[in-house]
Write a protein that binds this ligand. Sequence first.
Ligand SMILES: *Cc1c(COP(=O)(O)O)cnc(C)c1O
Length: 364
Amino acid sequence: MVPLFDPKPQHEQVAAEVHAETRAVLDSGQFILGQHVRAFEEEVADYHGVSEAIGVASGTDALHLSLLAAGVGPGDEVITSPFSFIAGVEAILYCGATPVFVDIRRDSMNLDESLLEEAVTERTRAIMPVHLFGLAQDMDRIMAVAEKHGLKVIEDCAQAFGARFDDRPVGSFGHSGCFSFFPTKNLGGYGDGGLVTTDDPEMAERIRVLRSHGSAVRYHHDVVGFNSRLDEVQAAALRVKLRHLEDFNQSRREIAARYQEGLSGLPIRLPEAGDRHYQVYGQYTVQVEGRDRVRKRLGQAGIGTAIYYPIPLHRQAVCGDRYQSLSLPVCESVAESCFSLPMFPGMTLDQADEVIAAVKESLS
Ligand SMILES: *Cc1c(COP(=O)(O)O)cnc(C)c1O
């Protein structure tokens, strides 16, 4: 039996520190926008080598508030990946803007950088690349297109805290980087939470105002804002976990290396990261012919798997018939052949070997 995800090993590693820090918050009576949120914001900004970080209530809000702060509004188009979690599309739609999907690459499963430029129109306002499964996009190519056309770049880093491209962390390339602390993410909290990184002080200030009811000065409200704050208990726990992040990501990478070794040469496509990438395996996602049969056999062997994502975003009911005539063949094919294997910090090599044996068996 190997679960798809198990939060216990990483919790055990940090439990004593998290108990002490969160208990101190409970005893302090200071729960909203206090010293831990401020310190966590500084620590995350330092980690990314950017000037600002702003804690918010979720990764979805990080995307939404970033788009608003970047000036995205009704009539604008935002280019993004059709192969991702729904949150990015929701954030674009909340702004009254239109998601424009370009196809993905089969190797990285990220949006195909070579298709970006032809998707730009005079209405394009921003690009929202997604560093899916902990693998960075080629940010050189994305930033080059953005600069040429004067577009904002909002990076969706929800699955990639600590991932690097050319040794530089994701979330430090674009106009903002959006992170989620949902418990299964690379930096997972004990509930919901999110954060925006940016090097642009004006953008940071706008997001600070938006997250707190449109108010820079208490009880003076200049714009329609939101209640979207990271709380002190989460921030205190996340500060502890940030100190262990490289360990957690290293553990994911060791499991991925074991899978790579044990599964190569089989009729199954493994994730590929080029030399310029430090991948942190938010998920370990493979592609295989006859996916549903393979998954069923793995389930019978007690191996937890999941499909991220079975339905491309342009085929989701929430998008209506807006994309009826849009065909994105690589994305549609990957959605039919992909599934994810167990992956979490503290997973043992014995567990990885059990998964490898079961995958071999299910392919035979
Ligand atoms: C998890 C996730 C989000 C949303 O984060 P929440 O904190 O759950 O709102 C956004 N984008 C991607 C790619 C995600 O995986």
